[in-house]
Design a protein around this ligand. Structure first.
Ligand code: PGA
Length: 258
């Protein structure tokens, strides 16, 4: 059986108003009703998540995600933090951990790993972001990436590895004009699966999903899935433009050999 394609929209710190957030959610849900093979996750800022919860229609394969979470598993005196139980109560099913923009603000692998452990412990799916800053001819970036994956998953028990999705996002492509070319994406998807197999075993690695992220749009999305063999996409800018995002979803969903 072929895997379903997973497209995750990371809204980042957008939009400015609740009304706009509601509009994006409504339009994306509507667009998703046309899809057959694709699951869509919307990750609004925490404050807008509730706008997407407690829905009455369940006709499309859309889910709610969060962009981050506290590593503290229990409620308590952690000013400014949002806990995993709160997210679950808002019907969040996916949580991003270790996005490069948070890593750039000081988030390290140890904390990422604790967050991932908290997410999977609660039965939610962790979308763990990894990716190199630069590439060197000698391939040192591959060792760095391998270490980043290992360290970011250090606290994940084997039994929970099935609840981990890896989002490979070369930092140089995030927010850039051009995505990585699909042939290179293919190499990196294989590399990530190999590292995952070394950590958790071949069986789990065969079933896991590796997403690609970084300058994905309606034009390049299908090739990243078809040629790059990514199991899905992590989309930033395009995910808050409902018309463009709808086109992207359609392009991805119509790839027949997946
Ligand atoms: P982008 O962002 O699609 O705007 O490049 C991707 C990301 O940060 O996940």
């Amino acid at each position: 059986m072929s895997k379903r394609i997973l497209v995750v929209g990371n809204w980042k710190m957008n939009p400015a108003t609740l009304e706009e957030a509601r509009t994006i959610i409504r339009k994306v849900r509507h667009a998703a009703t046309e899809l057959s093979h694709t699951d869509v996750v919307m990750c609004p800022p925490f404050i807008f998540i509730a706008a997407g919860s407690h829905r009455t229609d369940s006709s499309s394969h859309t889910y709610l995600g969060a962009q981050s979470v506290s590593s503290h598993r229990e409620e308590g005196s952690y000013t400014g933090e949002v806990g995993i139980h709160m997210l679950r109560d808002m019907e969040v099913q996916y949580v991003i951990a270790g996005h490069s923009e948070e890593r750039a603000r000081g988030l390290n692998d140890v904390e990422v790993s604790r967050r991932v452990a908290a997410i999977v412990h609660e039965g939610l799916t962790a979308i763990v972001c990894v990716g190199e800053h630069v590439r060197d001819e000698g391939g040192v970036y591959l060792d760095t990436l391998k270490e980043q994956i290992k360290n970011s998953l250090a606290d994940v028990p084997v039994k929970s590895a099935k609840d981990v999705v890896i989002a490979y996002e070369p930092v140089w492509a995030i927010g850039a004009q051009q995505a990585m070319n699909p042939e290179q994406v293919y190499e990196m998807v294989l590399f990530v699966k190999k590292v995952f197999a070394d950590l958790f075993g071949q069986d789990i690695a065969m079933k896991m999903k590796v997403l690609y992220g970084g300058a994905v749009n309606a034009e390049n999305a299908a090739d990243i899935i078809r040629i790059g063999k990514a199991d899905g996409l992590l989309v930033g800018r395009e995910s808050i433009r409902p018309e463009g995002f709808a086109e992207l979803l359609k392009a991805v969903d119509t790839i027949s050999d997946k």
